[in-house]
Design a protein around this ligand. Structure first.
Ligand SMILES: Cc1cc2nc3c(=O)[nH]c(=O)nc-3n(C[C@H](O)[C@H](O)[C@H](O)COP(=O)(O)OP(=O)(O)OC[C@H]3O[C@@H](n4cnc5c(N)ncnc54)[C@H](O)[C@@H]3O)c2cc1C
Length: 370
C-alpha cells in the first residue's frame, strides 16, 4: 500500500479518492464486493494492476454486541474473546463480545493506483475526458414561461477551465453528479430551478485525519485492519513496524472543513488512548506523519445516493458514500452505467440507494462508518 505517497503529493484537495486508507466489504454489504480477483488482473472488462491489492482475510471488527449480517455473502468468521486472544495475542479483549474476521475478498489497495487503472481502462475503451469545474447549468425551465414546470432537463453545463474566467457551455444528454463531497453543493449552482432541487442532496465535506506511526514492538506482520469498539481503526502500513489509523469524531465535535490542516492534539487526546487501550504495545509509539481528507458525508443516512433525480430528468447521482466510496466504486459505477445506457438496473438492483428514500424521509441508515 502506498497511501503515504498520496499524502505527500495529493493530486487534488477536492477529490477524496486518492486520500483514503483502505477498502473493505461495505459494512452492510449493500453493494456486492468482488474486487480482489479483478484487482489481480483477471477481469475481462477492467484490469487494475495486480500490485494494487494487498492482504486477504484481514478486516477485524471488534464489537460490543453480536450484530453481524452474514446473510449477504460476506465471508467472515466470528471469534469469541478467547479465540481472538489466541489468534492475536497482542490484543486486549476487554469490552469485546465478539470479533468479525474476514476470510476472503478483503484487504486494501492504493486508491490513486486504482483510480488511474479505471481511467486507463476507460480511455482504452474510447472514453474522452476533459477536466474543468461545473459552476452553472442551463435547463429547459430557462426557456419556459410561467407557470413553473414540475420537472426539467439539463441542456448545458458551464465548465470553467483552471486559471480562466471563461467557461465552455457543454451540451449534455445525460449528467452524472459524481462530485464527491461537493455533490450537494453542485445542486445549489446557478441556473438550477430551486423549486426543482427538492429534496436537497444532503452531502457535505467532513474533514477526517489519518495518522501514521512507528511502533517496533507493535502487532507486526499478522496485523489486520482492525476496527475497534471505540470507533478507532488502524492497520499495518507496509513493513518495519509502521501503522496508520484514525477515528471519526462525534457529530458535535466535527472539525472545521474549510481547510485540510491536521489537528495533532486529536491524535494525542482522542485516538492514541483508544489505540493503546486495545493494543498495549501502542503505549509507546512515535507519530511519523498525518494528513486530512474529506469524507463525502451524507447527513441523512450515511449511504450513497444513486440514480435518477426526481425532478431533473437527465440528472443522475453517484455520490455520498460517507467514507466508503472506494469500496463501493466498482459496483456503483456499473449500476449507474446500466441506468444511463440501458435505462434500468440489470446486474445489480440498487433502487434502495435511490432518491425515493430522501423524498419519503425514510433513511437507509448505515451504522458501519468509521
Ligand atoms: C481519510 C479518508 C479515508 C477513507 N478511507 C476509505 C476506506 O478505507 N474505504 C473506502 O471505501 N473509502 C474510504 N474513503 C472514502 C472514499 O475516499 C470516498 O468515498 C470516495 O473517494 C468518493 O469517491 P467519489 O468519486 O464519489 O468522489 P471523489 O473521489 O471526491 O471525486 C469527486 C470529484 O469531483 C470533482 N468535483 C467536485 N465538484 C466539482 C465541480 N463542480 N465540477 C467538476 N468537478 C467537481 C472533484 O474535484 C473530484 O475530482 C476515505 C476518505 C478519506 C478522506
Amino acid at each position: 500500500m502506498n497511501t503515504l505517497g498520496c499524502q505527500m503529493s495529493p493530486p487534488s484537495t477536492s477529490s477524496s479518492s486518492p486520500l483514503d486508507t483502505c477498502s473493505s466489504p461495505p459494512p452492510r454489504t449493500l453493494l456486492p464486493w468482488r474486487p480482489p480477483s479483478s484487482c489481480r488482473g483477471g477481469g475481462p472488462t477492467w484490469d487494475p494492476p495486480e500490485e494494487g491489492f494487498q492482504g486477504l482475510g484481514v478486516i477485524l471488527t471488534l464489537l460490543h454486541m453480536l450484530a453481524i449480517p452474514r446473510d449477504e455473502g460476506a465471508q467472515v468468521t466470528l471469534l469469541s474473546p478467547t479465540q481472538l486472544k489466541e489468534k492475536f495475542p497482542w490484543i486486549n479483549t476487554e469490552g469485546v463480545a465478539v470479533a468479525s474476521y474476514g476470510l476472503e475478498d478483503e484487504g486494501w489497495f492504493d486508491p490513486w493506483t486504482l483510480l488511474n487503472a479505471f481511467r486507463r481502462k476507460a480511455t482504452s475503451l474510447g472514453v474522452q475526458s476533459c477536466s474543468g469545474e461545473v459552476r452553472a447549468f442551463v435547463t429547459s425551465a430557462n426557456y419556459m414561461t410561467p407557470p413553473a414546470p414540475s420537472s426539467a432537463r439539463i441542456k448545458y453545463v458551464h465548465v470553467y477551465m483552471p486559471d480562466s474566467l471563461e467557461y465552455q457551455p457543454v451540451a449534455c444528454a445525460i449528467v452524472v453528479n459524481a462530485a464527491g463531497a461537493w455533490a450537494g453543493k453542485l445542486l445549489e449552482a446557478e441556473g438550477l430551478p430551486r423549486a426543482l432541487c427538492r429534496p436537497p442532496l444532503p452531502i457535505q465535506p467532513r474533514k477526517r485525519y489519518v495518522f501514521t506511526w512507528h511502533c517496533p514492538n507493535g502487532p507486526g506482520l499478522s496485523c489486520p485492519f482492525l476496527v475497534d469498539t471505540s470507533g478507532a481503526y488502524f492497520r499495518r502500513d507496509g513493513f518495519g513496524g509502521n501503522y496508520l489509523g484514525g477515528m471519526s469524531p462525534p457529530e458535535e465535535e466535527e472539525p472545521d472543513p474549510s481547510d485540510l490542516s491536521v489537528d495533532h492534539d486529536y491524535f494525542q487526546e482522542q485516538v492514541w488512548p483508544r489505540l493503546a487501550r486495545r493494543v498495549p504495545a501502542f503505549e509507546s509509539l512515535r507519530v511519523r506523519g498525518s494528513w486530512a481528507g474529506y469524507y463525502d458525508y451524507n447527513t441523512f443516512d450515511q449511504n450513497g445516493v444513486l440514480g435518477p433525480h426526481p425532478r431533473l430528468e437527465n440528472l443522475f447521482s453517484a455520490a455520498g458514500f460517507s467514507g466508503h466510496g472506494l469500496q463501493h466504486a466498482p459496483a456503483a459505477g456499473r449500476a449507474v452505467a446500466e441506468l444511463v445506457v440501458k435505462g434500468r438496473y440489470e446486474t445489480l438492483d440498487l433502487r434502495r440507494l435511490g432518491w425515493d428514500r430522501l423524498v419519503d424521509g425514510e433513511p437507509l441508515q448505515e451504522h458501519g462508518v468509521v
